[in-house]
Write a protein that binds this ligand. Structure first.
Ligand SMILES: O=CC(=O)O
Length: 319
């Protein structure tokens, strides 16, 4: 029996992904750059995708008509042309839920770090600005205890963030999104409009996918609605923020601080303005980057692909 042919992008996938696929498929492992992908993709039955590159018509055309299954090892798929995939009748799945805890941990880390002036404190040590006489009001931060936390997008990750922050004795949780959610009610969070959330929240935490609707939703207008003491955290996608507007808001202290795991572009150039802001904490898109989480993501992606190749529903289908 001829085996299915799978192209795995990239060479850095946790071992379990390759091991599972190899039980039923011939696997070619490719670097994640476009040239390598285009060189290797022709004639494959399935694609294991781990790349920030656009998975577009050009790549799908080069793959040809045999390609009928794609699994992305990510929860988000804003870099993937889902409409084109649908049109071609290709089965497509992602890795939701398995990364909720790791990403929520990252959100908590950024919330704490931004509110307690982590970047500025570290810079102060490096620049010999930490003095005995620095005084009792030096580098004061914002408290989570007693605060109002606003979650924009109460999906699996948003809820996991709220659950974690509850332990910090938050006074009130609010959230916004398309609709009120039963899990919001059970948790004890109030559903409010985006405007209301921006107005009343001490912490605004974004956990929405990047779509046409959320593209640059955090812009000058949104930052102007926030409290001057507000801390903004983004663990979803850089594209939901108008970054020049955020930089202005941080420079002019229109908001207190930001904690970002995601930004534009990625990778961020080392001389980027964001890195020069003392009230901005940055991580290089590490939300799901723990050993266990990445292994679970690799396993789910491989199983999505194997199921679909065998004519069964994927464990986590998108289309
Ligand atoms: O950003 C990470 C993901 O979408 O999985």
């Amino acid at each position: 029996m001829t085996k299915f042919k799978v192209l795995m992008i990239s060479t850095t996938i946790p071992e379990i992904g390759l091991r599972l696929l190899k039980t039923e498929c011939d696997v070619v492992v490719s670097e994640g750059n476009k040239n390598a992908i285009l060189q290797n993709i022709e004639g494959v039955d399935a694609l294991f995708w781990w790349s920030k590159l656009k998975l577009d018509k050009e790549i799908l055309d080069k793959a040809g008509p045999k390609l009928r299954v794609i699994g992305t090892m990510s929860a988000g798929y804003d870099n993937i042309d889902v409409e084109e995939i649908k049109k071609r009748g290709i089965k497509f799945g992602n890795t939701p839920n398995v990364l909720n805890d790791a990403v929520a941990d990252t959100a908590v880390l950024l919330t704490l770090a931004a509110s307690r002036r982590f970047t500025e404190g570290r810079q102060a040590i490096e620049r010999c600005l930490w003095k005995h006489e620095s005084g009792a009001q030096w580098l004061l931060g914002q408290d989570i205890t007693g605060s109002t936390v606003g979650i924009v997008g109460l999906g699996g990750i948003g809820l996991a963030i709220a659950k974690r922050l509850k332990c910090f004795n938050v006074a009130k949780f609010v959230y916004t999104g398309h609709r009120e959610k039963p899990e919001g009610k059970i948790f004890g969070a109030e559903f409010v409009s985006l405007d209301e959330l921006l107005k009343i929240s001490d912490f605004v935490i974004a956990s929405v996918p990047l779509t046409k609707e959320t593209d640059q939703m955090f812009n000058a207008e949104a930052f102007a609605k926030m409290k001057k003491t507000a801390v903004f955290v983004n663990i979803s996608r850089g594209g939901i923020v108008n970054q020049p507007d955020l930089i202005v808001a941080l420079k002019q202290n229109k908001i207190f601080a930001a904690g970002l795991d995601v930004m534009t572009p990625e990778p961020l150039p080392s001389d980027h303005e964001l890195l020069k802001l003392p009230n901005c904490v940055l991580m290089p898109h590490l939300g799901s980057a723990t050993e266990k989480t990445r292994s679970k993501m690799a396993e789910l992606t491989a199983n999505n692909i194997l199921k679909a190749l065998n004519g069964e529903p994927m464990l986590a289908p998108v289309v």
